[in-house]
Design a protein around this ligand. Structure first.
Ligand code: DON
Length: 331
């Protein structure tokens, strides 16, 4: 019967995709030695630099995984996308964009220089620390705990499980946050922060310390690929316009000051974090009909050895290879 044949064909295609993914992943794993785990947050330095894992979730629920796909890591800057979306849902995008712009900087993610050089000091975009700290002060809820709870609930809706905060990483970040603290004080001084410095930092750093695995961020990537619609829950979780903004920010600013190269040579909206995570969203219209994910997918990658920009070395190479082989480039 036709259905059984179709099912078998899908099964075979999935197996083929998994085999290919596994070959590519092990090919790029040795390149992890070209990077180092982030050390400026002491708890991140403990990660095993040789780890590399990937999860891809297709719009039809097809799941391909390989390597250290179940390893836990903290969101770090991947959380900046989530915080931005949550703040837009809370206040409307226009309100948020009055406090943070959508321009790439070409500077390091923790740079302070433009806040003074460009008056009135509006952070350039929500994907750098200055912008994300500002966004943290806008999240729904009165106390930092309420704001974090609203983020955790939002993530739960997208990924289908309750995630938590890695306390060790949070404490480690809090104790070494001098740079973020100075950004926050500056933003308070220029009037862009809507809460106290301490509260904005607590929310921002807790958000960075949310612990996930590759499947979680692949699922968030998939919801973004569908413009805020959850294809399995069959529910619009946030407005399409907000998803479009978030993806444009991922393309232009998501990979720090290597975003131009990522757009040019990989061409998939993606956001990285210094813990080695990369979240990517492949829209339905970008995937080739003969790829194993013809109707778009979400991709989650973890490889804690990062380069000088803060992006996973082997993770970026793997994403480039996947995007090329399966025609995921949106351009
Ligand atoms: O604030 C920090 O430096 C880290 N919690 C996050 C850094 C990161 O992943 C890069 N940010 N764009």
């Amino acid at each position: 019967n036709e259905n059984i044949q179709l099912g078998q064909a899908m099964q075979a295609a999935l197996q083929e995709a998994n085999t290919a993914l596994h070959t590519w992943l092990e090919h790029y794993r040795p390149y992890t030695s070209n990077g180092r785990c982030a050390a400026y947050i002491p708890a991140l330095a403990n990660a095993d630099p040789s780890q590399l894992g990937v999860t891809i979730i297709g719009s039809d629920g097809k799941l391909a995984q390989s390597g250290d796909c179940e390893a836990l890591f903290t969101l770090q800057s991947v959380s900046k996308v989530i915080g931005f979306i949550a703040a837009c849902v809370e206040h409307g995008a226009a309100y948020v964009l009055e406090r943070v712009d959508v321009e790439p900087t070409g500077d390091a993610f923790n740079s302070i220089v433009r806040l003074e050089v460009h008056k009135p000091g509006k952070p350039f975009n929500p994907m750098i620390n200055a912008g994300a700290i500002t966004v943290s002060s806008l999240l729904g809820g009165k106390s930092p705990q309420q704001k974090i709870d609203s983020i955790l609930a939002f993530i739960e809706k997208m990924v289908g499980r309750r995630v938590g905060i890695n306390e060790e990483v949070y404490q480690s970040e809090w104790q070494t946050a001098d740079r973020n603290r100075s950004l926050a004080y500056y933003l308070k001084g220029t009037g862009f922060l809507e809460s106290s410095v301490e509260q904005a930092l607590e929310v921002y750093l807790k958000e960075c310390s949310i612990e996930v695995h590759t499947q979680d961020i692949a699922m968030i990537g998939l919801v973004l690929a569908h413009d805020g619609y959850h294809p399995f829950r069959k529910e619009q979780l946030f407005p399409k316009e907000v998803a479009k903004l978030a993806k444009a920010l991922m393309v232009t600013c998501g990979m720090y000051n290597a975003s131009g190269k990522f757009a040019a040579f990989i061409g998939v909206p993606a956001k990285s974090g210094v813990s080695g995570g990369i979240m990517a969203a492949v829209p339905t219209h970008a995937s080739a009909p003969d790829s194993p994910f013809p109707a778009g997918c979400g991709i989650g990658i973890y490889g804690p050895a990062i380069d000088e920009y803060g992006n996973s070395v082997a993770g970026g190479m793997l994403l480039k290879h996947i995007a090329k082989e399966w025609d995921f480039n949106i351009f």
